[in-house]
Design a binder for this molecule. Structure first.
Ligand SMILES: Nc1nc2c(ncn2[C@@H]2O[C@H](COP(=O)(O)OP(=O)(O)O)[C@@H](O)[C@H]2O)c(=O)[nH]1
Ligand SMILES: [Mg+2]
Length: 249
């Protein structure tokens, strides 16, 4: 062992000093680079944003993910719920888990601009839909979803979106397939009506889908998936899976 160290020392002394400096600099640079890369990746990627119309069940879902309980009896939220935590279902797991930063953005149209504050840091968006009271709200939900899907930041950063058909605990809830098809139909209509408006009035940043074809979520550049859940009863495994695919534990 000592012989080895001695040999290495001798070898180093034989090298020109400039070469040693260069080697050292390269080494330091590599460490700093990878360190920064990891920090940036970490700090960017743990925010998940909950959006959807008022009454779709975002706040209940937020509590269910955080505490494993729906905390009923809370009033309509006017301020976003915001928290950084390890998911309740993961508390028993061993080892240190990467916490999730979850934001529940109230669906009230006056508060929707808040969404733009959160999206630049979002790793993913969960769009919550009420599958019980779906038909009367279909148009409004599609309009909100259309606005989200056409935001420049969503398209450019290809932020994945989960359309979550909530309240699946009730037998009268519509299926996620039904909801997906209805939303696609409504968005298709919106696409035609909104592109008919003079260009000066168009507020959305991007157009959706393939021209001349009926709209399908598969046309989106970002990944759009559909799942069902019940925030009330805690059947939220598909939500947790979506979150953990984006925020690595
Ligand atoms: N049946 C059923 N009701 C739910 C579920 N999630 C929420 N709710 C009810 O829907 C209403 C609105 O929920 P809330 O979380 O306040 O909706 P938000 O406005 O999107 O935050 C409340 O009365 C909840 O009890 C669910 O999974 N199943
Ligand atoms: Mg709420």
């Amino acid at each position: 062992m000592e012989k080895w160290i001695h040999q290495i020392e001798e070898w180093i002394h034989q090298q020109p000093i400039e070469q040693l400096y260069v080697a050292f600099a390269v080494l330091v640079f590599t460490f700093v680079f990878f360190g920064l890369f990891r920090i940036l990746r970490r700090s960017k990627s743990n925010t998940i944003v909950l959006v959807g119309l008022s009454g779709s069940g975002k706040t209940v879902l937020f509590y269910q993910l955080r505490d494993g309980s729906p905390h009923l009896g809370t009033v309509t939220s006017m301020e976003p719920n915001d928290g950084t935590f390890v998911l309740h279902s993961e508390l028993e797991k061993k080892g240190k888990l990467n916490p999730v930063h979850l934001i529940d953005v109230p669906g009230h149209s006056r508060l929707r601009p808040k969404l733009d504050e959160f999206l630049p840091h979002a790793a993913g968006v969960i769009f919550v839909v009420d599958s019980l009271d779906f038909l009367p709200n279909c148009r409004a939900a599609a309009e909100y979803l259309y606005d989200v899907l056409t935001k420049a930041i969503i398209v450019k950063r290809r932020i994945p979106i989960l359309i979550l058909c909530n309240k699946a605990d009730k037998v009268t809830a519509h299926s996620k397939e039904f909801i997906r098809k209805q939303l696609e139909k409504e968005i298709d209509k919106l696409r035609t009506s909104r592109s008919a408006i003079s260009t000066a009035d168009i507020t959305s940043d991007y157009t959706l889908g393939v021209p001349g074809e009926a709209f399908s979520f598969s046309h989106c550049q970002n990944k759009v998936t559909v799942a069902d859940a019940s925030g009330l009863t805690g059947e939220i495994s598909q939500v947790e899976q979506f979150i953990r695919e984006l925020v690595r534990p």
